[in-house]
Design a protein around this ligand. Structure first.
Ligand code: MV4
Length: 666
């Protein structure tokens, strides 16, 4: 086995490869860009080498810089992960020239599968089923039109150089063919500089089913069953699972054997994936072959109990496949969900920023367990605009699909991200969507179900509002030095006294008023009209600003995690995540008029309902001074800075006018 491996990638795949290498006793070398000096993948390796600027083309896409790092650190092999240089013939060749093993297929196999139409011709010869169609060299429009008529409508025109859905046109009837062909060729020219197209029968409700294959240098080639990746959004995979729901043993064998034929036809070695599209009746057709380890490989690992990165490393140093076809089995069902930093409410636009808090479900990394998390970022890291915005992959396993689905729902509910928008709630709805639950899968599922998958904002629950207020009080208590004067408490606790404080909490455009009252009978929270007995205990989080709270509100008992970031609050409870803003007059005191004498003014006309201080009192910054009621809401007036109360101008019950000076603090 190699003694040193360079990992030519970043993020979760780099961490995942490092974990296997470490387990096998291999020394690992990370490479990193300017943006990744403190990244998790660098910390996961024994050594890190800086290779260039933040933009991928200045670092992770630079073969020379990476090979220089490999040679300088004595690495005998380079693992390219996925993306970046993983399917780059030039890089594979440069590795070979430098005498470093490229953990991937032979260059000729990458090249053979690189051209989509040439690959189809090769596959046809190898007896791998193709979608009925024409993928030859004759590009005469009349000839192509005649081919389309022969195939029967609807047909799909695809740019030969395309992929990922670009340069495709569905043609419903013969009259529309010429026009669509011209438009497709224009797009193909501008996108790929190559106007060649192929014509296929258009499958209306296809499923994406792919076969994991593995070959060694001794002539062995196996399939590790299938993955169903039909749940996609604009050609971006969202959920992957294994095995494919509804797959029969007979069809599994047929697809597996077709995939092995495809791999053998190009002299494949290492991990590869043969993609098929399948019709509802089970007929399947070759689409393309990915000559790398894929993002979704963990679902195969989960059901087969193998470590595919270990297999890759063994094959790359000339060992035989650890298991042959008749030794391979799978058990149970695995589902992977990709957690992306993106905003589902804004067309899934990537959401960049610092991860103020990242809470992940209880899991083990990379090992065989029911819940696995493959992640490449930690609390405090940033999702940058330079790279893919994937935060982590959750992979779960169950005895059957429903158990796996239930575990995924639970794992998603335990996934807490603050700082960027994510698709976590969207994925949660997808897991319980009726069509997904019934395994009624095809590539159009998300589009078809978008109404229910992307609902309007749901209002904050009572419990979420109560948790928010409880967390704010806990934070204030923590901020207080031990043994400080209980009379100066920001949360206004009065020994044997009567205390009331009102919080204004913004939930989107909705303002909620949550009043806390403490008296001899205990503590109540009044939310809207309803007053409920409230009690809580808090376990401060491992990260500042994070509170784990156990709350009893009336007859409800809940636990939640609340992340406080200035006036922003994120409440995680019962699998829901609610973003709130504490509209604290203290925080907004900058906007309010503060007179030169240090007086505090009424933000609007109203009535004084509580006065917490008297002339001569020492007050701390943020301490509640008095409370007024205005526009059916209560507003706490707090000290903008530490000082001494000079004069209180009003008493409880007094009416005040807008802008009136209420109190002066020096
Ligand atoms: C198709 C098809 C229907 N009929 N070909 C999209 C990307 C490209 N690699 C192949 N694609 C498709 N080819 C025929 N003859 C539907 C798709 C397709 C698709 C395929 C796999 C996964 C997701 C998809 C989403 C939309 C369309």
């Amino acid at each position: 086995m190699f003694t040193t491996l360079l990992i030519a990638n970043r993020g979760e795949i780099a961490c995942r490869v490092a974990a296997t290498a470490r387990r096998l006793g291999i020394r690992t070398v990370a490479v990193y860009s300017d943006a990744d000096a403190g990244a998790k993948h660098v910390a996961s390796c024994d050594l890190g080498v800086h290779i260039g600027g933040a933009a991928a083309r200045d670092s992770y896409l630079k073969p020379d810089a990476i090979l220089k790092a490999a040679l300088a650190t004595g690495a005998q092999a380079v693992h390219p992960g996925y993306g970046f240089l993983s399917e780059n013939e030039g890089f594979a060749q440069a590795c070979a020239d430098a005498g470093v093993a490229f953990v991937g297929p032979p260059i000729a196999a990458i090249a053979a599968m690189g051209s989509k139409s040439a690959a189809k011709t090769l596959m046809e010869k190898a007896g791998v089923p193709l979608v009925p169609g024409y993928h030859g060299d004759d590009q005469d429009p009349d000839f192509l039109h005649a081919q389309a008529d022969k195939i029967g409508y609807p047909v799909l025109i695809k740019a030969s150089a395309g992929g990922g859905g670009k340069g495709m046109r569905v043609v419903e009837k013969t009259e529309a063919f010429k026009e669509a062909l011209a438009s497709c060729k224009r797009e193909a020219t501008s996108s790929f500089g190559d106007d060649r197209v192929l014509i296929e029968r258009y499958l209306q409700k296809p499923r994406h089913i792919e076969i994991q294959v593995f070959a060694d240098t001794h002539g062995n080639c196996v399939y590790l069953f299938e993955r169903d990746c039909s749940v996609q959004r604009r050609h971006q995979k969202v959920i992957e699972e294994a095995p494919a729901p509804g797959m029969t043993d007979e069809r599994r064998r047929a697809m597996g054997e077709a995939a092995v034929s495809a791999a053998r036809a190009v002299g494949y070695v290492g991990a590869g994936t043969v993609e098929f599209i399948a019709e509802p009746d089970g007929r399947f057709y070759f689409m393309e072959m990915n000559t790398r380890l894929q993002v979704e490989h963990p679902v195969t690992e989960m059901i087969c109990g193998v470590d595919l990165v270990e297999w890759q490393l063994r094959v790359a140093c000339g060992e035989r496949l650890p298991l042959l076809q008749d030794e391979l089995r799978f058990q149970g069902h695995a589902i992977e969900a990709r957690i992306y930093a993106e905003n589902p409410d804004k067309g899934f636009l990537p959401s960049v920023g610092k991860l103020f808090y990242l809470g992940l479900p209880d899991h083990v990394s990379f090992a065989n367990a029911d819940v696995r998390v493959d992640g490449g970022v930690r609390t405090g890291d940033s999702i940058s605009p330079f790279y893919d915005p994937m935060i982590a992959k959750l992979i779960v396993r169950g005895d059957d699909r429903d158990q796996a689905r239930a575990r995924m729902v639970r794992a998603l509910a335990q996934t807490q991200v603050v700082g960027v928008h994510t698709n976590v709630a969207f994925l949660g709805r997808l897991m319980t969507d009726a069509a997904f639950a019934a395994a009624d899968l095809d590539t159009g599922l998300i589009e078809r179900r978008r109404e229910t998958l992307l609902p309007k904002r749901t209002p904050a629950s009572r419990v979420a509002l109560a948790l928010a207020v409880a967390a704010v009080l806990c934070a204030e208590r923590e901020a207080r030095p031990a043994g400080s004067d209980p009379w100066g408490l920001v949360d206004g606790w009065r020994l044997a006294g009567h205390y009331r404080r009102t919080f204004t909490v913004l939930d989107g455009d909705t303002r909620h008023s949550v009043a806390l009252q403490r008296d001899g009978n205990g503590q109540t929270l009044t939310i809207g009209e309803e007053a409920l007995a409230a009690q809580w205990t808090d376990r401060p989080g491992e990260v500042p600003g994070v509170h784990h709270i156990e709350l009893t509100l009336g007859s409800e008992r809940v636990t939640g995690t609340i992340v406080i970031q200035g006036e922003k609050l994120q409440v995680f409870e019962g699998g829901r995540s609610t973003a709130l803003v504490l509209h604290d007059l203290l925080v907004h005191s900058d906007d309010e008029e503060v007179s030169e004498a240090g007086g505090l003014t009424a933000p609007m006309p109203g009535k004084i309902i509580a006065v917490h201080v008297k002339a001569g009192d020492k007050v701390k910054r943020g301490q509640a001074l008095l409370v007024m009621e205005a526009m059916k809401m209560e507003h706490t007036i707090s000290a903008p800075a530490a000082g001494v109360v000079k004069e209180v101008f009003f008493a409880v019950g007094d009416q005040v006018t807008d802008g009136a000076s209420l109190i002066s603090v020096e």
